[in-house]
Write a new protein. Structure first.
Length: 79
């Protein structure tokens, strides 16, 4: 199944957009111009500070001592 899917993708030359994987419109759409060309055109985009994904997901969560680890009916608040 994977081989057939790979062959289909290769034969039709299907691929994700190079710079904007969340592209909504066609590449020539003026509303997509900045997202598609920012990394190639503007130096400040290349030198941006990228925060790792795990740091963005747990920002501001405080640990809580929980006594209900294996009790499915108990609810422990998250602070």
């Amino acid at each position: 199944m994977l081989v057939v899917f790979s062959a289909l993708v290769a034969a039709r030359d299907l691929h994700l957009p190079e710079y904007n994987p969340l592209q909504l419109f066609i590449a020539s759409n003026p509303h997509e111009w900045y997202d598609n060309n920012a990394e190639k055109t503007f130096e400040f985009v290349e030198k941006k500070i990228a925060i790792p994904l795990f740091a963005r997901l747990v920002w501001g969560v405080k640990t809580v001592n929980s006594t209900a680890m294996f009790r499915t009916d108990a609810v422990t608040p998250l602070e």
